[in-house]
Design a protein around this ligand. Structure first.
Ligand SMILES: [Cu+2]
Length: 196
C-alpha cells in the first residue's frame, strides 16, 4: 500500500477500489473524446448544410397534399408506371393510411426506374428490400428515388414509418419483369397486380 502511493499510474487497490486520481484522469479523457466527437459532428452538419449537401432523403419538391387528388401529376389517372421517351420508367405512387396507390406496379428489368411518391396524409415510408430504394414519404413533399433492377423479381414493399393502427397492413408490390414482357403490357397492366 505504502510503496504503490508514489506510482504515477497505480492499479486498482487490493480491495478493488480505483484511486480517485485515476478516476479523475480517465473521466477527463472521456470528456475530451466526447467534446472532439461533438465538434466533428457539428462541423459535418455545418459544412454539408452550407454546401447544399444536407437535404431530405429525396429531392426537395413541394406539393399541396390537400389537392394532389384534384390536380397535378399525382391525380389518380396519372399514377402507376409511365414509360418516358428515353426508355426509362417513372413510377408515381401516393401513400395514404393505410395503402399505397396503386398497390402494385410493374417495371422492366435493366432500365432506369424513377420512383416519385408523395403522401396524402401522414408520414409513410417506402422500402424495397435489398435495393437502394428507401425513403420517407412526407406529406407536402415529393420523394424521388432512382434505381434499376438487374433481374426480374417480386418485391414486397412495406411502409416502414409507423403511420397508425393499420400500419402493419400497409404493403404493396413492385413486380420486375423482363423487358420483352414489359413491352407487351398495356399501360393499365403495368399499374395493376393482374397476373400477366
Ligand atoms: Cu405506415
Amino acid at each position: 500500500m505504502a510503496d504503490s502511493s508514489s506510482s504515477s499510474l497505480p492499479g486498482p487497490l487490493p480491495d478493488g477500489i480505483v484511486p480517485p486520481e485515476v478516476v479523475d484522469r480517465t473521466e477527463k479523457r472521456w470528456v475530451m473524446a466526447m467534446a472532439v466527437m461533438l465538434v466533428v459532428m457539428m462541423a459535418v452538419i455545418i459544412v454539408t448544410g452550407i454546401t447544399g449537401a444536407l437535404h431530405p432523403s429525396s429531392n426537395v419538391e413541394i406539393v399541396d397534399p390537400q389537392s394532389i387528388h384534384l390536380r397535378g401529376e399525382f391525380v389518380e389517372s396519372n399514377l402507376g408506371t409511365a414509360v418516358e421517351t428515353d426508355g426509362s420508367v417513372t413510377v408515381r405512387i401516393v401513400a395514404e393510411t393505410y395503402a399505397f396507390v396503386p398497390h402494385c406496379v410493374t417495371v422492366p428489368a435493366g432500365a432506369p426506374v424513377k420512383f416519385r411518391l408523395t403522401s396524402a396524409d401522414v408520414v409513410h415510408g417506402f422500402l424495397l428490400p435489398h435495393t437502394n430504394v428507401n425513403t420517407m414519404v412526407v406529406p407536402g413533399f415529393v420523394a424521388e428515388v432512382h434505381t434499376s433492377f438487374a433481374a426480374p423479381q417480386e418485391y414486397l414493399m412495406p411502409c416502414h414509418e409507423f403511420c397508425g393502427l393499420g400500419h402493419h397492413a400497409m404493403w404493396a408490390h413492385v413486380s420486375v419483369v423482363p423487358q420483352e414482357r414489359f413491352a407487351n403490357l398495356s399501360p393499365a397492366e403495368r399499374t395493376t397486380c393482374a397476373r400477366h
